[in-house]
Write a protein that binds this ligand. Structure first.
Ligand SMILES: [Mg+2]
Length: 367
């Protein structure tokens, strides 16, 4: 065995090109998003193998991720980096007093992704291939062009640019206090792009059940691929009822941060598209348990954010899987994902296929 010799964790605050608002801002619950906190982990072995992984936080929580990761890092020294499942459990038990969900597992995610990166690099394949890929690309859609902070004219030009770039679908944020305004935006974009372009909408949990059902019925004519987060993230039964009463498929899951929580959505038959997020659920290791359960229930997959990780998970999922194109972290990395004819390609580079860029150093905040 080649034991782990060194573990380094760092925190970067990656600024967005322009602050963005979804419905949570319009309903007064959050401020516009201006940056992403990126927690990175670099793991090195005695013989010089290296793994790189990351986790993230939006708005508050980045410094908590860093503090918990620092508490855990020492426990990896001297361990066999191949024993990823055992090491995940070791770190989870170490932090069990602060739970097996939320910040504690989101810190573990950076180490877990780094260990999978190292294992895939040692096999000289991408993580997607290591996991037994079903395909080399997945359909991708653009989210960042459809925020509520952008007036309709800007959304329409963002949509044009996305489609020209080869992105396959368009997601619009909805959930404004005035439902009529949401419907007008969706109608205008559908009219602009025509019937052939896949479209999704995302209410970011800002409707109660009654409004979600009413909005869902008003949105039926627009042939949406899915209606995302129509109501509260933990309302498993409400989502199940919406799924049963609407023709438009329901998607949710991005706010959940454990295998157990995601399995509630599966067990309640809440969704058609499950939306787990590798950093939020604690890494690739717990994500695989969720994906297996989703597979057995014949669900479709649309993981949330971090396309740099989720391209691998989408390609390794047996049923329909979409990857969300959000370019927020691109400036922090040297590499770019290739997009062609509506599809995002699995990188041929070994491992995760991403390394920190030189300019990212300017955004380091843990020193
Ligand atoms: Mg969403």
């Amino acid at each position: 065995m080649d034991p782990i010799k060194n573990v380094q964790v760092e925190l970067y605050r990656v600024p967005l090109a322009k602050p963005l608002s979804d419905a949570k801002v319009l309903t007064g619950r959050q401020k516009p998003l201006a940056a992403v906190d990126l927690l990175t982990a670099t793991i090195e072995t005695v013989n010089g193998s290296r793994g790189f992984g990351f986790s993230y936080s939006l708005r508050a929580g980045g410094s908590a991720l860093l503090a918990h990761a620092r508490d855990l890092a020492e426990a990896l020294i001297g361990e066999d980096p191949n024993d990823i499942g055992r090491l995940w459990e070791k770190l989870a038990w170490l932090g069990a007093s602060v739970s097996r969900t939320g910040v504690s597992v989101q810190s573990i995610a950076a180490f877990d992704v780094a260990l999978w990166d190292m294992k895939a690099k040692s096999a000289n394949v991408s993580i997607g291939k290591l996991l037994g890929a079903y395909r080399n690309s997945v359909p991708c859609y653009n989210t960042s062009g459809g925020y509520l902070s952008a007036p309709l004219s800007e959304v329409l030009s963002n949509v044009e640019r996305s489609l020209e770039r080869g992105l396959g679908g368009i997601k619009l944020k909805v959930g404004q206090p005035d439902l009529k305004k949401d419907i007008e935006r969706v109608a205008a974009v559908r009219k602009h792009v025509g019937d052939g372009v896949p479209m999704m909408v995302d209410a970011n949990q800002q409707w109660d059940f009654t409004t979600a059902l009413r909005a869902g019925r008003m949105l039926e004519p627009y042939q949406l691929v899915w209606l995302e987060e129509p109501t509260h993230a933990y309302d498993y039964r409400g989502h199940a009822e919406l799924s049963a009463r609407l023709d438009t498929p329901i998607a949710t899951g991005e706010m959940l941060s454990s295998v157990a929580e995601c399995c509630e959505l599966i067990n309640h038959r809440s969704v058609t598209f499950l939306q787990p997020d590798v950093p939020r659920v604690g890494g690739i290791t717990p994500f695989l348990k969720i994906a297996n359960s989703a597979d057995l229930n014949r669900l479709k997959l649309a993981p949330h954010f971090v396309m740099e990780i989720h391209i691998h998970m989408g390609c390794a999922y047996p049923h329909e899987a979409w990857v969300e194109h959000i370019e927020w972290l691109e400036p922090a990395f040297n590499e770019r994902l290739e997009i062609k004819d509506g599809q995002m390609m699995l990188p041929e580079r070994p491992g995760l296929g991403f390394s920190l860029s030189e300019q990212a150093k300017r955004w380091r905040v843990d020193a």
